[in-house]
Design a protein. Structure first.
Length: 194
């Protein structure tokens, strides 16, 4: 499990990720899948800058104790928050997503984009607010998202298809227009900014 989760981060964070993963509460299940290759339309993998990363679809570790969260430095806290943004429980995911959206570290980008193609509309709405309100004030992150989407066109297209599918199946009543669905609004805004 350690190696699987460490690969979700750029090399500069591998030591911190190894420490964090080693301190996580034990799980009966290994992390599930790789977001770029798990689905029918396989993508060649995700590039984050010059490096390949492999983000898990889901993790099943219990929520970490508050004492662990309090003893981590900023870098390790960010790594832990990214990992838990892939948690199988949507409430846990949403809690940790709010933490990663405060960061200016490019390592969060694939974790954030993945959320736009998932089914928890409340998390999509959180990301939409971030993209529309907070991201424009952070030019380095704007450029980071633009580069990530440009470097991973297959993955960007897959994310849009998945968001469209979730909107069509589950959210048409709440969001009658595809253009109003939070996941797609955020993805379109990221592309427009790019």
């Amino acid at each position: 499990m350690i190696e699987t989760l460490v690969r979700a981060f750029p090399t500069r964070l591998h030591a911190a990720a190894s420490e964090v993963v080693g301190s996580l509460p034990a799980s009966d299940y290994e992390p599930a899948g790789d977001i770029a290759t798990t689905y029918k339309r396989a993508c060649p993998g995700l590039r984050l800058g010059s490096e390949q990363v492999s983000i898990p679809c889901r993790i099943y570790n219990p929520r970490p104790e508050q004492s662990l969260l309090q003893q981590l430095d900023d870098e390790r806290s960010l790594v832990l928050s990214c990992i838990y943004s892939r948690h199988h429980d949507g409430f846990v995911r949403q809690e940790f997503v709010s933490r990663i959206l405060a960061s200016d570290d490019a390592c969060i980008i694939p974790f954030v984009v993945q959320l736009l193609g998932e089914y928890v509309v409340e998390i999509c709405a959180d990301v939409e607010r971030f993209v529309l309100e907070r991201l424009p004030t952070r030019p380095n992150m704007v450029q980071g998202f633009a580069t990530f989407l440009a470097d991973n066109p297959c993955y960007a297209a897959l994310t849009e298809q998945r968001a469209t599918s979730y909107w069509s199946c589950y959210c048409r009543r709440q969001y009658p227009s595809r253009q109003s669905y939070p996941g797609l609004v955020a993805l379109d805004a990221l592309r427009t900014t790019a």
